[in-house]
Design a protein around this ligand. Structure first.
Ligand SMILES: C[S@@+](CC[C@H](N)C(=O)[O-])C[C@H]1O[C@@H](n2cnc3c(N)ncnc32)[C@H](O)[C@@H]1O
Length: 264
């Protein structure tokens, strides 16, 4: 690690220690840490102070699989530039990204941030920390597998368009979940997708899909197993890799994909 990067990450061992690095009680321990924090009073209604305290836990206690300070800046900048109205995140964990991006969304006048989280305990932690940050009016936590939540929100009429889709859950689910959004018409020209961890641990199938032309997608469309989501091959994508670092300092990247049209 270069000296600069060492300083950037505070020179602390903010990385997984051993094989078990989540769902071992640390997420509830984080809540205890937050609510016993000497600066709890300052955190109320202050998203940045809540993020700082989550980072402090990750740096000084146990690793947390959050997007972290560095890569979250890329997405906050994207929100400032693109001014989405509705953001959907797949994979919320303890709410770091929901708080960072929910605050950025509210600052530009956006309205809805849906955080889709499968694990009910993690979802409860997200809700509590979002509430602490004063973002409950913008961020809504939906518990369950993302594919079910996407379909349910669409069926209920709660969600009919996604301006920014943040994919940060189970890596093999990125492509099928994007295809569900395509099939339901939740994404269209102007929608943007930000997919985390496309280098570490990597997601070649997703990258291949969003970098394919309409012709290439149409070719493989007929070969898709009938039970899997088929997507909409007519959406035209422009996709680019933005390099960054994991909270541990390990290089990673976010793939930013823009839907730039629909082939008739
Ligand atoms: C890397 S963490 C998300 C980190 C979070 N976006 C952040 O940066 O603060 C991945 C999360 O996805 C959740 N997850 C995995 N598969 C999922 C699925 N199919 N649907 C919803 N959530 C899922 C896991 O429970 C975990 O909390």
């Amino acid at each position: 690690m270069s000296e600069d990067k060492h300083n950037l990450f505070g020179g602390t061992p903010y990385q997984p220690q051993g094989e078990i690095y989540f769902n071992d009680g640390r997420e509830i321990e984080l809540l205890d840490f937050m609510y016993a924090h000497p600066h709890l009073k300052d955190m109320r209604g202050n998203p940045q102070k809540v993020l700082d305290a989550i980072d402090e836990y990750g740096k000084t206690r146990k690793y947390l699989m959050n997007i972290g300070e560095y890569k979250s800046k890329t997405i906050v900048d994207l929100i400032k530039e693109e001014k989405p109205h509705t953001i959907v995140e797949l994979g919320g964990y303890v709410g770091y990204s929901a708080i960072a991006f929910g605050a950025a969304l509210r600052n530009i006048g956006g309205k809805h941030y849906y955080s889709l989280e499968m694990n009910p305990e993690f979802a409860a932690v997200i809700s509590m920390l979002v509430d602490l940050a004063g973002l409950s009016d913008v961020v809504k936590v939906e518990v369950g597998p993302s594919s079910d939540s996407l379909k349910r929100l669409h069926e209920e009429g709660t969600l009919n368009h996604i301006d920014l889709l943040f994919l940060d859950h189970y890596k093999p689910a990125y492509t099928p979940d994007l295809k569900i959004c395509e099939e339901l018409g939740l994404v269209s020209e102007g929608s943007i997708y930000a997919a985390d961890n496309v280098i570490k641990p990597g997601n070649p199938l997703y990258l291949q899909y969003v970098r394919s032309t309409v012709q290439e997608k149409k070719k493989s469309f007929g070969q898709i197993d009938s039970t899997a989501p088929r997507g909409n091959p007519n959406l035209i994508y422009d996709s680019q890799l933005i390099e960054g670092w994991e909270p541990s300092g390990v290089p990673d990247a976010i793939e930013i994909t823009r839907c730039i049209g629909i082939q008739a």
